[in-house]
Design a protein around this ligand. Sequence first.
Ligand SMILES: Nc1ncnc2c1ncn2[C@@H]1O[C@H](COP(=O)(O)OP(=O)(O)O[C@H]2O[C@H](CO)[C@@H](O)[C@H](O)[C@H]2O)[C@@H](O)[C@H]1O
Length: 204
Amino acid sequence: MYKLSNVIVKPLQNFKYVKPVVMEYVLNGKRKTWNMLAVHKAVCILLYNSTREVMIFVKQFRPAVYINKIPEGDRVGVIDTEKYPINLGITIELCAGIVDKNVSLQQLAVEEIEEECNYKVSPNKLEKIITYRSEVTKLGSVQHLFYCEVTDEMKLNSAPQEEDLEVVEMSLSEVKEFISQRDCCTTPILLFSVIWFFNNKYKK
Ligand SMILES: Nc1ncnc2c1ncn2[C@@H]1O[C@H](COP(=O)(O)OP(=O)(O)O[C@H]2O[C@H](CO)[C@@H](O)[C@H](O)[C@H]2O)[C@@H](O)[C@H]1O
């Protein structure tokens, strides 16, 4: 389903989703500077379908993951996609989205679940797990993690709204196998939320 071509890497001219900034400060009497990226807040949701006992994740192509698999010398200008195929940048993640609207976090999570995974849930089905900080050296952004249990009855018949994203269902044994890999192309928050699930929701 994924096809990658015409890849070019160049310095960013217009900053829309990330803003590089430098902070100058004095800490314990010492002058310091720190480079960082100002980014949006986000919501992430661990989705569990209790009808079929599967977790629901999303699979997508992430340019930042792709570029970090390419040796530095080959990372500028036109990228050879024969040498560096698309699978280098494919991740499995939680359903997630940026906080870009003035509505409750639960409402934002509900909208992301519908757009990305095609389930209709009400905001009171969202259970807050934790608010944490992502990548504290260069981002430090606030992220909110929720848990949501869904059933097959809550699944919508319409086509998914996100075309570049594939919904992936994993049985609980597949999830355990997935997180046991030595090199797992996922996010720390997916790993954490799955462990949280086995400790708090599924004590069989
Ligand atoms: N850097 C970027 N450059 C260009 N376009 C961009 C962009 N960031 C977002 N976009 C655009 O904004 C859209 C909406 O983004 P989402 O709300 O789906 O967040 P995303 O899933 O990328 O990351 C969510 O999930 C991951 C983890 O899974 C979290 O780290 C993240 O904070 C959270 O928003 C994207 O489809 C894309 O078009």
